[in-house]
Design a protein around this ligand. Structure first.
Ligand SMILES: [Zn+2]
Ligand SMILES: [Zn+2]
Length: 305
């Protein structure tokens, strides 16, 4: 079960020659999840080959231009390329009016159904294998964080144990593997827990758009495999970060430590930092397992045993 994060845009506020505006793609099996959609996201999607016609959900953190101005272009290109599958867009209040007003003023129609959900802190979707939740971050306008949380997988099947209990190989094995009890020809019942190891935890990926270091996010991100967190300003501009309700690397690292995440990835990097090592070193003082995102950086998140 593959799960890959692809950073499409990692700049704050304005793009640079190396960094496009905020957008992160997450590919899980055949599905695409897109977090934020800064200007130029469609071109980054083409370069990264993420595709425009797969099952897709788009999550917008907040209504600042560097996070949403790429959305109309993505929608129009999807339509021109003949997308037929429905698309779901989630975001805070204002996202529906934004899309409607672009459709009206730019005069483009979409050939596929678009469902827009204005949301707060809630459970957004519930699928067999995962759910997606949102939580409030703390920024100068309402800003949401999103989490993809996989459900636990059944434990590993023990074939020798099954044989020793008299369960012959075949349909009974697959019933047990799927978590159902079976009745043997002699009338005995074998339960899944008799032949399965302990449940295996799913993966948890958390994306936080713009925010100052937030206790609510520390709770929301608890135990995440990957926390993608903004770090707009380095420590020398800590005051500015506080004023604008952004984070520094050490602020993001403090949250990662508090949330006991495995890996922290810093993004939303100000154009003034041509050398991201400054940010990396500042973060490492509080949290060791940290990366600074670059455009087109790919992170594969393995299944846990
Ligand atoms: Zn921003
Ligand atoms: Zn912002």
């Amino acid at each position: 079960m593959s799960l890959r994060i692809i950073f499409l845009g990692t700049a704050a506020s304005i793009p640079t020659s190396n960094r496009a505006l905020s957008a992160v793609a997450l590919k899980r099996e055949g599905e695409l999840f897109l977090f934020d959609c800064g200007e130029g996201t469609q071109r980054q999607m083409i370069k990264a080959k993420v595709g425009f016609n797969r099952k897709t959900r788009i999550f917008i953190s907040h209504m600042h231009g560097d996070h949403i101005l790429g959305l109309p272009g993505v929608l129009q290109t999807m339509s021109i390329l003949g997308r037929d599958k429905p698309l779901e867009i989630y975001g805070p209040h204002g996202i529906a009016e934004f899309i409607e007003s672009v459709k009206k003023t730019v005069g483009f129609s979409l050939r596929f159904p678009v469902k827009i959900y204005e949301v707060g802190e809630e459970l957004l979707c519930q699928e067999d294998e995962y759910e997606i939740r949102s939580a409030w971050a703390e920024h100068s306008v309402p800003s949401l964080a999103y989490a993809l949380i996989e459900k636990p997988r059944p434990g590993r099947f023990d074939p020798e144990r099954a044989i020793s209990l008299g369960v012959s190989k075949g349909p009974l094995w697959s019933r047990l593997q799927r978590g159902f009890e079976v009745r043997l020809p002699d009338g005995r019942i074998v339960k899944p827990e008799d032949v399965l190891g302990p449940e295996r935890p799913g993966r948890k990926i958390v994306y936080v758009g713009d925010t100052k270091p937030s206790e609510n996010i520390a709770r929301f991100a608890f135990g995440a495999d990957v926390l993608i967190h903004e770090a707009t300003f380095a420590e020398d501009l800590a005051e500015r970060a506080e004023e604008d309700m952004h984070s520094t690397p050490s602020g993001a690292a403090f949250i990662a430590k508090k949330a006991k995440v495995n890996l922290l990835i810093l993004t939303h990097i100000s154009a003034r930092y041509s050398d991201p090592n400054i940010l990396l070193e500042e973060a490492k003082r509080n949290f060791e397992n940290v990366l600074v995102a670059e455009d087109f950086m790919k992170i594969d998140v393995p299944l846990k045993e």
